[in-house]
Every structure is written in C-alpha cells, then in structure tokens.
Design a binder for this molecule. Sequence first.
Ligand SMILES: [Zn+2]
Length: 265
Amino acid sequence: MKSLALTTDYATSRGDATPYLRRIAAAGFTHVHWCHEWNTDYEYAPAEIDALQKCFIECGLKLLDLHGSAGHKHRWFAPAETERRAGVALVQNRIEMTARLGGQSVVMHAHSDFLDPLRRSLDELQPFARQRGIRIAIENTEETNHFTTPRQLLSEYPPEFLGLCYDSGHGNMGDRHGLDELETLTDRLIALHLHDNDGTGDQHKLMFTGTVDWSRLAKLIARSSYRGCVSSESNNHNNGLTDETEFLSQAFAAGHRFAALIAAS
Ligand SMILES: [Zn+2]
C-alpha cells in the first residue's frame, strides 16, 4: 500500500491530538500533516514532543510535515519587534518539533502587508532551519493576490531553505488561477494541502467533491520537485458526513484515487 497523509485537524485543531492520530492510523493512513495549534501562541514543551513521538511509534505513523504557527501575540510577520521575536521563537519551536518527529518541512502563511518584518524573520530562521535539515514551505493563501508573496519570497531565498506549499483549495478560489501559478513554480514545490471546494469559499472538502481540476494538478505534481506522499487537508465540517469513521474512509479512498492519478501522469 502506498504512503498517504491526512491532516491532524480534520475534526478540531486545538488540544490533545493523540486520539486523532490513533484514528488516522486505524483508517490506514501512513503519515500525518500536523495542523494542531496552527494559529495559536501555544508552544510545545520538550516533554510533550517526547510523548507525541511515543504515540507516533505506537500507531506506526510518520510525520510528513507540520503547519507552523503565527499566533495572536507571537507573530513572525509583526512590525513590532517584541511580537516578531516571539513569533520567530514560535516558528523555531515548530522547526524543532518537526525535526524531532522526523518531518521534512514547516508550512507557513506569509502576509503581503508585512514583507519587511517577514524578511527579517526568514533571515534569522534560515541558519536555524538548515542546521536541523528542515525547510520552510510558504503557502498560497486565500487572499486575492495569493501567489504574489510566495513568488517574491521564493525569488529571494534558496531552495535549500524555502519552498512552496500548494493549497489546492486556495488555488481554486478568487481568480481561480492557482494551477497557472503553480505551473511556473513546480521546481519549488515541497508540500501539499489537498482539499476541494466549489470556488466560493475555503470549504476543505474531500478531493473530487468540488471544482478543482484534479487531473491537471496530478500532472503538475508528477513533474514537480515534490517527493512526499499525497497529503489531504480535508476536514469533516463541510462534507455532510457526521460519522467520523465514514469521513476517514472516504478521505482514504480519495487520497488513493489521487495518488493513482499522479502515478498515471
Ligand atoms: Zn492549507
């Protein structure tokens, strides 16, 4: 069976993730995208990371990558220096956690209004991340100009440090030109957030249930620099599925269907 990842926050993004890790593993997934506490100031203590590592081993799960956090007071893009430094420390916490749990990259959102503080933070994070063998993946967000900032930053920092996380749902919103943008950046692709929508909102639906052009995306991934497995960021809030086991089983089937599409491309 091929490797397949699901986001840990398919039901909730707060608190103890271990019950979800167990259910994700039981559904047959081999990997997770860690998405708990992705937008809070929460810092993972070394003892908690140790406990999580044990849970991963017990479940037979692996960490693929992790969604780093820009919290409320600890924001890596903040113009105010105290807040920004706390934000850098928070990203460092997630880099350490990712390295410890065997993941490859930390996904971050970049904010177009705060490019200069963001550059200062990236300059500080680059040696820290490279020493630990972790790359930062800048995600295309649901903003109107959702590729402008990632494209700019990718042009300024080397591929050994900075890559792209392609979010298929965000790429299908607004002008819906996400795939055109991705086509010119496939050599920097290092992470995937795969989910679907009908173009009117960030619905995080299961793959193949909205209007994303999955066959074109499969072709772009097949010829890209991405070397990880298919990674779903769908959640069970907008799928009309109240039964968690049913959601997990449908997410698993959709992931395998997309992996087969990439293999055939
Ligand atoms: Zn995403």
